[in-house]
Design a protein. Structure first.
Length: 487
């Protein structure tokens, strides 16, 4: 089967004339794709393309005529008028924050966390988290994200049920803080946990989840904030991650506030602290990574962790990750840089728009239109994201043998026309709302813009109820800012 995509129409006809049938049976055939952006090692863009899927994996990729000459399937999707790409991989999304839209506007980093988001998170119960994560899964899948990395919340079981129920992939983590009083602020009482508890619950998810859900779920270790995490916790979580060959993730360097707090508390900035502890390596995921000192850039180039650029998050709260950031330079130095939507608190959860904000932001600040071309943005959203998740051998590109995660955009709508260059149109013109169909492991999870495995209307009704429950537990005069009169 691996060589089937190379069989030509002429070869097939010759065999048929000789009385030999060469038809192979696929589970799914997607044909007549106007443009297929493969992100394979050769970065092929195939016109009039098709893919055959067997056992949840791509069995053949190529021109429609060649694929259809060899492959048959009971499930056939005619993809005329579409642009296809690999399922995108969001490397950083707080899915439990999906119900927090509008609750943390015009806030600096410290206020955002301690006045808004931590109180919101502390007000959530398990049902609220399940509803929030389900809403996040709907938005991600509808916008072409087939896998995301969860930095951790307090209800991992509810999170897993929601994501697996929607039919998408995830990298799970348990939320860990063990320094609840720091120069950055004081955590809400409900979120206060000690080092032993953080280590124990991380061990629990590694004991419970690997091997379940047919490879759709992997597990990571996470200490959510460096300034709220002790050296003991960081080292223990690194040990857990190493034993399980898993990634270790943390927020770092996303504002001057966190950078300065690290210098005050530990006598060194955040990346230097990770290096001093011996945990900085290519199995680490650093969320944001904007505020770096020069020697820290050298450390990242040497150790090669994944840096997750979160454009909308920085733009919404003015964190300065474009002004101070070095994401283009890090990529030029060989560091894997991916994309994350971060949370709905900063607006949309749409990795297509994150691509545009990323490339546009750096072009403007570098005064250089050649910085971050659209091809680089697509790599960040696909294969780079797969590397960050530790899954590059399975997802992130359309290649024979990889999991059949595929996104089809409706290129007949105005945002996509005229269509001279699908790579350019995807990054500079489209939004995730133009996604038409999504497949995860060959299973269609979005059809004509709506989820297949989730009752979206029922979820939206529950979202309203959950929002009312959460806001009823919050001091809304402090959390919500309405500057214009409401009658």
């Amino acid at each position: 089967m691996p060589g089937a995509q190379h069989v030509t129409i002429e070869d097939n006809r010759a065999r048929e004339e000789g009385g030999m049938s060469t038809a192979q049976q696929a589970d799914l055939l997607v044909r007549n794709v106007e443009w297929l952006i493969t992100v394979d090692p050769s970065r092929r863009v195939i016109r009039d393309a098709a893919v055959a899927v067997v056992g949840g994996k791509f069995a053949a990729v190529g021109k429609s005529a060649a694929i259809e000459a060899v492959w048959r399937a009971d499930r056939v999707v005619d993809a005329r008028g579409t642009v296809a790409m690999p399922g995108m991989v969001d490397n950083h999304l707080h899915s439990s924050f999906q119900l927090a839209r509008g609750l943390a506007d015009e806030s600096n980093a410290q206020s955002f966390l301690f006045d808004h988001m931590y109180p919101y998170e502390a007000a959530m119960e398990e049902d609220d988290v399940h509803t929030s994560v389900t809403l996040a899964a709907i938005e991600m899948l509808r916008h072409g994200v087939t896998c995301y990395i969860e930095p951790g919340n307090y209800y991992p079981d509810a999170t897993v049920r929601a994501v697996m129920g929607a039919g998408m992939r995830m990298v799970l983590a348990a939320s860990c803080f063990d320094r609840n009083k720091a120069v950055t602020g004081i955590m809400p009482e409900r979120m206060i946990e000690n080092t032993a508890r953080c280590i124990a619950k991380t061990e629990e998810i590694f004991a419970k989840y690997p091997g379940k859900h047919s490879g759709m779920l992997t597990v990571s270790a996470s200490f959510r904030g460096m300034n709220n995490s002790s050296d003991e916790l960081i080292l223990a979580l690194k040990d857990i991650a190493k034993r399980h060959n898993a990634i270790l993730q943390t927020h770092a360097c996303f504002s001057y506030f966190t950078h300065d707090a690290s210098v005050v508390q530990h006598g060194m900035p955040e990346i230097e602290r990770l290096e001093s502890l011996g945990v900085l390596d290519d199995k680490m995921l650093i969320l944001h990574g904007g505020w770096l000192e020069p020697h820290e850039i050298a450390l990242l180039a040497r150790r090669r962790p994944t840096i997750v650029c979160c454009p909308t998050s920085s733009l919404h709260n003015g964190y300065g990750n474009f002004t101070m950031g070095n994401h283009p330079e890090l990529m030029a130095l060989g560091v894997n840089v991916s994309l994350g939507a971060d949370h709905a608190s900063s607006g949309t959860v749409d990795l297509v728009q994150e691509m545009r904000h990323c490339v546009g932001g750096y072009k403007e600040l570098r005064l250089n239109p050649r910085v971050m071309p659209p091809e680089q943005a697509i790599e960040m959203a696909t294969i780079n994201g797969a590397r960050g998740a530790g899954l590059a051998d399975r997802i992130g590109s359309v290649e024979v043998g990889k999991e059949a995660d595929l996104v089809l955009f409706d290129a007949t709508v105005s945002e996509w026309q005229p269509l001279y260059n699908p790579v350019s149109n995807l990054v500079y013109c489209a939004t995730g709302n133009t996604v038409k169909h999504v497949f995860v492991g060959g299973d269609q999870v979005v059809r004509d813009g709506r989820l297949v495995h989730v009752d979206q209307d029922a979820v939206m009704r529950e979202v309203i109820k959950a929002g009312s429950r959460i806001t009823g537990r919050l001091n809304m005069d402090k959390v919500l800012k309405l500057r214009w009169p409401v009658e």
